[in-house]
Design a protein around this ligand. Structure first.
Ligand SMILES: CC(C)(COP(=O)([O-])OP(=O)([O-])OC[C@H]1O[C@@H](n2cnc3c(N)ncnc32)[C@H](O)[C@@H]1OP(=O)([O-])[O-])[C@@H](O)C(=O)NCCC(=O)NCCSC(=O)C[C@@](C)(O)CC(=O)[O-]
Length: 317
């Protein structure tokens, strides 16, 4: 391709981010990988993500190693995180399904945790072996202990746009759980399209309904890209006023309890979209794309980011 016909460079991101990106690659992106990934590789991924400018990097999950073996090295990951001197202002949240997980996370130095519920009873049983109401009750002592310890708690809701076991999910059910999580003390609720089945019309209905009970400023969008709607769904949620999005470098991932679900929307694709919308993310897209290429080579899997592949092709031309 000649220089003159090259596409425009990605718009640069000014210093102060206007949209917050929560990079979930080291957790959501890796939890479903069949091959055991070395802790050193996970830590190298986290370091590269921080170097690319990401400020919220979900590092691991304090879940049962019998349920998700890939996250069994959670304490080792926490022990090897970069220092605040190396990457100032970077936050490394972790998943905690119950008090046991929270206590282990706290002992390992976590300063932010996430509890995870579902808007579908069937998914709740498969994922955390309890009903939705039981899961909320399990979170109560986590929220209380976190408050005492000065730890922030994020809430996730899975299957907000459909369930792999149950099918349709009513936006009203999502709204009720979102309100409950915030009332319990979660600072934010991330709405998970776990199987990536939603479309922008569904996102519009969802945010409209949830927004009647919860301000958009307290919501995050967590879209998987299984059906190729990830970027479109982020754009719609953004249009509805959501300014926090979860994503995974190179589109890594999938959920162990949602067969066939692919990774999250790729962080590179989101950064390209958001910069194009005039938002700033604080992320260096080229460094991020290089990180995506590197982790895909490490894992021996294709790069799921369209923007990442486009940047690579441009650099190679
Ligand atoms: C919740 C449990 C633990 C219940 O699992 P359970 O088997 O019902 O737990 P239990 O309380 O009966 O305990 C059974 C054993 O697990 C141990 N145990 C109990 N708790 C823990 C813990 N925290 N850490 C380590 N070990 C633990 C406990 O000590 C005991 O050990 P044993 O006596 O048999 O040796 C289990 O179902 C679990 O770990 N589930 C996690 C599933 C998971 O990680 N899913 C993926 C993350 S969610 C997701 O990806 C969706 C999201 C967030 O990205 C948003 C979206 O896209 O939708």
């Amino acid at each position: 391709m000649s220089m003159s016909s090259r596409p425009p460079a990605p718009p640069a991101s000014p210093a102060a981010p206007t949209v917050r990106l929560v990079e979930v690659g080291p957790r959501d992106g890796l939890q479903n990988e069949r091959q055991a990934i070395a802790t050193a590789t996970k830590l190298a991924l986290i370091r590269r993500l921080a170097a690319a400018g990401l400020k919220d990097i979900e590092a691991t999950a304090f879940v049962s190693p019998k349920w998700v073996p890939q996250m069994a090295d959670h304490a080792e990951v926490m022990a090897g995180l970069p220092s605040a001197a190396e990457f100032p202002g970077v936050n490394y949240p972790v998943l905690t399904p119950n008090l046991k997980g929270f206590e282990a996370a706290l002992a390992a130095g976590a300063r932010e945790v996430a509890v995870f519920a579902a808007a579908s009873e069937a998914f709740s049983q498969k994922n955390i072996n309890c009903t939705v109401a039981e899961s909320i009750a399990r979170f109560e002592p986590i929220l209380a202990a976190a408050q005492t310890a000065g730890v922030r708690v994020r809430g996730y809701i899975s299957c907000v746009l459909g369930c792999p076991y149950q099918g349709e999910v009513a936006p009203e059910a999502v709204a009720t759980i979102a309100r409950e999580l915030l009332q319990m003390g979660c600072f934010e609720v991330s709405l998970g399209d776990t199987i990536g089945i939603g479309t922008p019309a569904g996102v519009q209905r969802l945010i409209g309904t949830v927004g009647e009970q919860v301000p958009a400023a307290r919501l995050a969008g967590h879209f998987h890209d299984t059906w190729g709607m990830g970027v479109a769904n982020v754009a719609e949620a953004w249009r509805q006023g959501v300014r926090v999005f979860d994503s995974s470098v190179a589109g890594l991932g999938g959920c162990p309890y949602a067969k066939g679900a692919t990774g999250n929307v790729a962080t590179e694709d989101l950064v390209w979209l958001l910069h194009g919308l005039g938002e700033s993310t604080g992320v260096d897209l080229e460094a991020l794309a290089a990180c995506g290429e590197w982790i895909c080579a490490e894992l021996g899997r294709p790069n799921g980011s369209r923007a990442g592949r486009a940047l690579r092709a441009r650099c190679a031309s």
